[in-house]
Design a protein around this ligand. Structure first.
Ligand SMILES: NC(=O)c1ccc[n+]([C@@H]2O[C@H](COP(=O)([O-])OP(=O)(O)OC[C@H]3O[C@@H](n4cnc5c(N)ncnc54)[C@H](OP(=O)(O)O)[C@@H]3O)[C@@H](O)[C@H]2O)c1
Length: 234
């Protein structure tokens, strides 16, 4: 039995990943604040902005559920704080974005690594972004989260060489996150027009197509050899 834990499972890329992973021989756990009734997988409603109890729940569950042929943690959840300059951003909004996007993956990875020791094949896939590698005004916390995920992945790959660790930029996907970016006030967020142009130009991938590409990447024999990857270059 192959175990997959997917955060941010209620919608967008995470929901598409869970849908495609839910097949015989797989145990799939989705984590988000809300349930998605269309998913045929176990779902935990947890707020990853409060990551210690979430990680403790995963730790306790992994401790009693053992014997996996493989175990994969996909840190996909992210929270975009309202696009705009850092100096004018809401403090609680920024803090939640940092906790969901970086603290939670760090804590979940910590319990995953400790509790799956002995599982023959282990993978951690962090869903990063081009914005972790190229800075953008109006989304400083998001850029920092994704650069942090990339560097967390580099460090984990050194620390746990038997675990495949990849930080993967998934391309531009037609999800609620894009709705928030192109719906932002252009006076606060100069890149708004660029995101509107991506939608108008039909340049967004569907969540389903991106999930299929991400899962193909996950199954590659060389998974983990390049810790920092981009699905558009894979
Ligand atoms: N969309 C893009 O163009 C794009 C581009 C590059 C990278 N990415 C990355 O791809 C990943 C998926 O993005 P997406 O576009 O699918 O995002 P999305 O549509 O905004 O979905 C985000 C997911 O994260 C969950 N989430 C948010 N806050 C949470 C919290 N406090 N606790 C638990 N779960 C929480 C949401 O569930 P609930 O609201 O139910 O909690 C939802 O399932 C993210 O890491 C994103 O940064 C996306």
């Amino acid at each position: 039995m192959h175990l997959y834990i997917v955060t941010g499972s209620s919608r967008g890329l995470g929901a598409a990943l869970v849908k495609q992973l839910a097949q015989p021989g797989h145990a799939v756990i989705g984590i988000a604040r809300r349930l998605n009734p269309a998913l045929k997988a176990e779902q935990w409603t947890l707020d990853l902005a409060d990551p210690v109890p979430a990680a403790e729940r995963l730790q306790a569950w992994l401790h009693t559920n053992t014997g996996w042929d493989s175990a994969t943690l996909i840190n996909n959840a992210a929270l975009l704080s309202a696009p705009g300059p850092l100096a004018a951003s809401d403090l609680a909004d920024l803090s939640a974005a940092l906790r969901v996007g970086l603290e939670a993956p760090t804590l979940l990875s910590r319990v995953f690594l400790a509790e799956t020791a002995g599982v023959p094949t282990r993978r951690i896939l962090n869903i990063s972004s081009g914005l972790g590698r190229r800075a953008m005004a109006g989304s400083a916390a998001y850029c920092a989260v994704k650069a942090g995920l990339d560097h967390l992945s580099r460090a984990l790959a050194r620390e746990a060489p038997d675990v495949g660790v990849v930080s993967l930029a998934p391309g531009v996907i037609d999800t609620d996150m894009q709705v928030a970016l192109r719906g932002a006030d252009p006076a606060r967020f100069p890149e708004q027009a660029r995101f509107q142009g991506l939608k108008d130009g039909g340049q967004l991938q569907t969540a389903e197509a991106t999930a299929a590409a991400v899962l193909r990447y996950l199954q590659r024999a060389d998974f983990g050899q390049n810790v920092i990857a981009d699905i558009r270059e894979a």
